[in-house]
Design a protein around this ligand. Sequence first.
Ligand SMILES: O=C(O)[C@H](O)[C@H](O)COP(=O)(O)O
Length: 346
Amino acid sequence: MTDKPHIIADCDIPFLKGVLEPYADMEYLKGSEISHADALRADALIIRTRTRCDGRLLDGTPVRLIATATIGHDHIDSPYCREHRIEIRTAAGCNARGVLQYVMAALAALARRDGWTPAGRTLGVVGVGSVGSLIAQYGEHFGFRVLRCDPPKAKQDPAGDYTELNEMLPQCDIVTCHVPLSVNGDYPTKAMADASFFASMKPGAVFVNTSRGGIVVDEDLIEARRSGRLSHAVIDTWNDEPHISRDLLGLASLATPHIAGYTVQGKAAGTAAAVRAVSRHYSMPLDDWYPPQVTPGKPDPSIGWERMSSAMPRYFDIEAETSRLRAHPELFETMRNNYRYRNEFF
Ligand SMILES: O=C(O)[C@H](O)[C@H](O)COP(=O)(O)O
């Protein structure tokens, strides 16, 4: 018998092994394979998006803390956890700079293809949390006119710089989504990007989704691409991952296997957030822990569009990654799990 908490962690979370061992009994399992029988011996779980945490996994288990090393938390049944007094900790904002790098790499690639620059173009950002606000900020810095849409934030701050979705969509040359996937509540986002959403967009506009596949109705996006209503779709997050729509893959100009936030520094920040959450919960001396082998990113606020655009493929070649996914969509999950994390550019 030991007083140490028993913690089950996803074995694909980088930089984690060895860190908590002095203070906890650690067990590492494949995230998608953590079962109810496993959870029966766990006091806490450290997970990624691959572990669905609901009653089926948690009923009758001693789990009292779930720390997810990700921004998104739609894989965790929050009402269930509230009701059963299970603390949920997320890694808010951890990979915002990775997603910024992804979106700017995509826009730079399309700009090179179609011969445009940000001047005179309007970028619409739907969801202005830690990721969306950074993209809006850099969008303005690079010379886009930026419109921000975030109904919950607009309600809290009626004087803030927010545009309603139906006013924004017809004005934007590019619409990029950074909303959480929510099914219930006052602002559900599930299936938000549907036929009427795409019909409201400016003809020939670009649609970018790096948030969650579930915010899109695939058939409606496919139709918007087939009809030529949209000039490009850039898709990193998909419905039914890893069994993604081959039709959408064929019609997306840039397509990747849910790796927008996969940078060394983003993963380090995600793991650090999870370790710190566990440390606080169990009073361990790791409240400020950060992987010692990782150098935090150094943002260069002076970089301009031209320099960013020409340097980007050396850091992140989004066209090459698109070709890889197109060639082997059946390897979606393998590509994610074996991904060589990028270095942050910004
Ligand atoms: O929610 C997030 O943080 C991102 O979607 C992240 O890329 C997911 O990370 P994963 O579960 O694949 O490690």
